[in-house]
Design a binder for this molecule. Structure first.
Ligand SMILES: C[S@@+](CC[C@H](N)C(=O)[O-])C[C@H]1O[C@@H](n2cnc3c(N)ncnc32)[C@H](O)[C@@H]1O
Length: 195
């Protein structure tokens, strides 16, 4: 939502067809079953704007999304070729994905390497994820295993792929946010530059 203010072309991706369909539905105004208004309003406020700018932001976001593509972070070429410039994307955002689809630290680090191939040299990575999480419930009775990470492992994985870490923020979950749908202890927000 914030990225669309800075970039003229944005590609969205997810592994699951059902998730991509939801994104496609939202792109066609009036087709989504999810109301994102409150999220848009909140992001406008975080950006220091009035929440009433939300509709303008939604229009801007719809206008810059060029594709919604399948992606598998466990493949060395995670995205179909031909959608990115040959040098790679200017910026890559990955949120709560790598740790939740990797069975161990090596798999997480390898997946980070795979998505890094999509980013140009000197490009920026925003990597957001869970710390200390061993599972989350994807739905009633649907237990999804996660690789539990600590801060130093995230930094080491970034370093292993030649990133310069520019900023790392950690959000520690307060007890009232531990409601049993997962065992997350914190969230990391890393901003890094690809060497
Ligand atoms: C915990 S959800 C995070 C969703 C969203 N990015 C967010 O920040 O809320 C994990 C996501 O990883 C996707 N996923 C599962 N396997 C994947 C894979 N092999 N490659 C890329 N994404 C995958 C799922 O479809 C799901 O959308």
């Amino acid at each position: 939502m914030s990225g669309c203010e800075r970039f003229d072309r944005v590609i969205l991706s997810d592994f699951l067809e059902v998730n991509r369909r939801e994104l496609q539905n939202w792109l066609q105004e009036g087709k989504s079953s999810i109301d994102w208004t409150s999220y848009f309003k909140y992001v406008c406020e975080l950006e220091g704007r009035s929440s009433s700018a939300w509709a303008e932001k939604a229009t801007r976001l719809r206008s810059v999304v060029s594709n919604v593509l399948p992606l598998d972070v466990h493949q060395s070429c995670p995205l179909s070729p031909g959608f990115l410039p040959p040098s790679g994307a200017d910026c890559l955002v990955s949120s709560f994905c790598l740790e939740s689809v990797s069975h161990d630290l090596l798999s997480f680090t390898n997946a980070l390497g795979h998505i890094s191939s999509l980013l140009k040299k000197g490009g920026y990575l925003l990597l957001i994820g869970a710390l200390g999480e061993s599972f989350y419930m994807g739905g009633p009775g649907l237990y999804i295993p996660v690789v539990p990470l600590d801060e130093s492992q995230v930094c080491a994985s970034l370093k292993a792929h030649g990133y310069e870490l520019l900023q790392l923020c950690i959000y520690h979950l307060p007890p009232d946010m531990k409601v049993g749908v997962d065992d997350v202890t914190g969230v990391f927000f890393a901003k890094a530059k690809k060497a």
